[in-house]
Design a protein around this ligand. Structure first.
Ligand code: HEM
Length: 733
């Protein structure tokens, strides 16, 4: 096993913990191999494998640019990546995008999963790919000459033999489709498969070619006359020597395993992959979390010990015993004789090649002694047992900083988030920050289906002291409608000596923040310097004045940025509300993810007023609607999407600026408004452009149609429903 925790732990769960208890469902739409999630004739597994190649193909080994870097998301309209399969694949993979699972690693994992789901070899998966911020180009096209193919594959790092092999390793799954390649597959035909088993990872694409009975449309048929028979020209480019060798199934399988691994390991210069491919842990703590119980006398340690049961039935394990060390590395745990807890099997999960059993942990730990690490023992039905100590390190578990879930909450609709954390009193002098890593749909005209991974850091404010801990809180609005996908971290201090409780799913929080009940006298904590604290080597012993008692905390944090009083030739007026039924500033509007005060001002050049709203909206005007009114400056608490050191209003709150110039009325310029997707309408946020359902309405509860249709009137008609949608200019459902 790797030493826990490892940077690859999250990806390990996505890739191996597929179905069943706590299953990632990563393989759902590629299982079975012939599943056609995006419609008839489109095998999803084949689309995933092709995405791996197309993301890699722009690589230039001489310049060290591109590779498997997720840049395909920016290349969907460049003419080299035709067909719907790339976008649908990226959209699915993006559900798993996070600060610990880059799109590029997910694309590589998609190659592993699609090949394995179709019965192919296990493609070893090293991790650590970094996502690109722009596209590249250079995907080979069927009409290219053989010389061009050879130099394109050389640029990617594959010689002429490997080119033949890699194409043969790809074109065993799926088909060529007539909508995208009408010169190759005539219109009425729909699609033609590369071989007679287009949903099995086998070498029929080779054997049928060698036997002369192939139907591969890139070898035979219409493609020849128009010079688009690329597979035929590639396979034949060395007199069929290489392709004949691959007619041996073992040679094919081993060659493809090695070459597909190389394909997904093509990365831009500067990206270092993990030295070893990931492998499932034999024993792994998952979802371990500390929570301070009401009254502040005990901590609850909860989570699961996941045991790989591939080689032994889960039922052969009697139980798992977790034994913890106290905060100072000793064996003190209050009145109980042993610091241990026993767990029995609760659920099972499986991957392509593995099964797992989950043993739930619920340990009550006295706050006075705390926890610093634990070890595990598996007891088997035959009386034997086996110990696990994380490669001699024990499994680290710090009680220094705790994200306190019961007093934290998230309203998934609006994205309104409040996080409470507990910081142990010996480190209470350190700055405490809430990190929110979240996804924002791009809503850009290029149709990029992958949301932008966005990070916000908010300073947390100290609240009440409860026993050995002090509460900290912060509030934030997760913009974009995907708040359930966000991940939260609380960090005290910075750099290598920071203490943190991180990567906690925002969707674990309930909609209302509970009250912490029971009081405890604020107390000092002394941590012995010899104890092996996992997240810090230099633990300080700052003392806290021990006077207050407490029951609850509800304060919210003030983010670090301050209001900018002057921006260019404009001065800050105040935080302002929208008008009733009209925009406060109605002459031009803009919305984008790189919003800053400066860019809004630039958009509104010539106007007397401009304002930012909801983090990423900008409005311009020469007068304010009479129904809009001044609001407390504190209401305008959202950070600008493009500059977290500035405020950009909030929901229904404008960060309002006014010109300092004296204008002559006749000089008022023409507004420059452009038609744009409205990111919010009242309490609703824009989700995306969706299709209707097959033979029924996507939204079927209530509909109307009217020539005066607006987003606002449809929203009003659908008030109370979770979704509304407008269609065909004048319909609402
Ligand atoms: C000279 C190099 C290559 C050319 C010209 C080429 C061309 C094509 C074309 C024209 C299609 C049909 C796409 C469609 O109609 O949807 C296709 C499909 C496919 N290609 Fe390639 N390809 C090349 C190399 C590769 C490589 C190296 C791999 C992977 C290792 C690969 C994997 C696939 C897969 C899996 C499909 C099926 C997609 C589906 O069924 O939707 N290709 N390729």
């Amino acid at each position: 096993d790797p030493t826990w925790p490892a940077a690859t732990d999250h990806m390990e769960e996505i890739v191996y913990q597929l179905q069943g208890f706590r299953g990632s469902l990563f393989n759902d739409i590629i299982t079975p191999c012939d599943n056609e999630a995006a419609g008839p004739g489109r095998i999803t597994a084949s689309e995933w494998l092709r995405v791996g190649f197309h993301d890699m193909a722009p690589h230039n080994k001489y310049f060290g640019t591109n590779g498997v870097d997720g840049s395909l998301q920016f290349e969907l309209n460049d003419g080299e990546n035709t067909g719907p399969g790339h976008a649908t694949t990226l959209k699915f993979l993006a559900n798993y995008l996070s600060s610990r699972s880059s799109l590029a690693d997910l694309i590589a994992a998609g190659v592993y999963a699609s090949v394995r789901s179709c019965g192919g070899p296990v493609v070893p998966l090293r991790l650590g790919r970094v996502d690109a911020t722009e596209g590249g180009n250079g995907v080979p096209q069927p009409q290219n000459s053989i010389g061009t193919f050879i130099s394109q594959f050389d640029r990617m790092g594959f010689n002429a033999t490997e080119m033949i092999q890699l194409v043969a390793c790809g074109h065993t799954l799926g088909s060529v489709h007539s909508p995208e390649f009408p010169e190759i597959v005539p219109a009425a035909t729909g699609q033609i498969s590369f071989d007679s088993s287009n949903a099995v990872y086998d070498n029929k694409v080779v054997t049928e070619y060698v036997a002369g009975n192939t139907t591969n449309p890139l070898v035979v048929g219409a493609s020849i006359a128009v010079g688009r028979n690329s597979d035929g020209r590639i396979f034949g480019s060395d007199g069929n020597v290489t392709i004949r060798a691959m007619a041996d199934p073992t040679v094919y399988r081993n060659t493809c395993q090695a070459l597909l691994q190389r394909m997904i390991e093509v990365v831009p210069a500067g990206v270092t992959l993990t030295p070893d491919p990931i492998a499932p842990y034999a024993v792994k703590p998952v979802g371990m979390q500390l929570t301070l119980n009401d009254g502040a006398a005990t901590l609850l340690l909860s989570g699961y010990i996941r045991v790989r049961t591939t080689e032994l039935p889960a039922s052969s394990i009697t139980n798992v015993v977790l034994t913890w060390k106290d905060r100072n590395g000793g064996n003190s745990c209050g009145s109980s004789a042993t610091c241990s807890v026993t767990a029995t099997l609760q659920g099972v999960a499986n991957g392509f090649d593995d099964t797992f059993g989950f043993f739930p942990i619920q340990a009550t730990i006295p706050v006075a002694s705390g926890i610093s690490s634990f070890t595990l023992v598996l007891n088997f039905n035959d009386g034997t047992s086996k110990s696990y100590d994380n490669n001699g390190n024990s499994y680290p578990m710090s009680d220094a900083v705790i994200l306190q879930k019961p007093q934290s909450c998230l309203l998934q609709g609006s994205g309104a988030l409040t996080v409470s954390a507990l910081v142990r009193n010996d480190i209470v002098g350190l700055p405490v920050n809430l990190g929110v890593s979240y996804l924002v749909p791009r809503n850009t005209t290029d149709g990029n289906p992958v949301p932008a991974l966005t990070q916000a850091n908010i300073t947390m404010t100290a609240g009440d002291c409860v026993g050995q801990y002090t509460f900290y809180t912060a509030s934030f609005t997760i913009y974009g409608g995907l708040s359930y996908n966000a991940r939260l971290s609380v960090t005290a201090g910075s750099g290598a000596t920071a203490y943190s409780d991180d990567f906690i799913k925002a969707s674990d929080l309930s909609g209302t923040c509970g009250t912490f009940s029971g009081s405890a006298t604020c107390a000092n904590v002394t941590v012995s310097s010899t104890s092996s604290l996992p997240t810090s080597t230099t633990s300080s012993s700052t003392s806290v004045s021990a006077t207050t008692t407490t029951t609850t905390t509800s304060s919210t944090a003030a983010p670090t940025p301050t209001i900018k009083t002057n921006v260019g030739g404009y001065v800050f007026v105040s935080c302002w509300t929208e008008g009733t039924g009209v925009r406060a500033l109605s002459e031009a509007s803009f919305a984008y993810d790189s919003m800053t005060l400066e860019s809004c001002m630039a958009n509104c050049t010539g106007f007397d007023y401009w304002a930012t709203e909801y983090g990423r909206e900008c409005y311009c005007g020469n007068s304010l609607a009479s129904s809009s009114a001044q609001a407390p400056n504190g209401d305008c608490s959202m950070l600008c999407a493009g500059d977290p050191s500035e405020f950009c209003g909030a929901g229904n709150r404008l960060e309002l600026y006014s010109t300092t110039a004296t204008r002559t009325t006749s000089a008022t310029p023409t507004p420059t408004a452009t038609l744009a997707v409205k990111p919010t309408v009242g309490d609703y946020v824009f989700v995306g452009c969706q299709t209707e359902a097959t033979s029924q309405r996507a939204l079927s509860e209530k509909t109307y149609a009217d020539d005066s249709m607006t987003l606002e009137s449809c929203a009003a008609f659908c008030a109370g429903f979770t979704y509304f949608g407008t269609e065909y200019g004048r319909e609402c459902e």
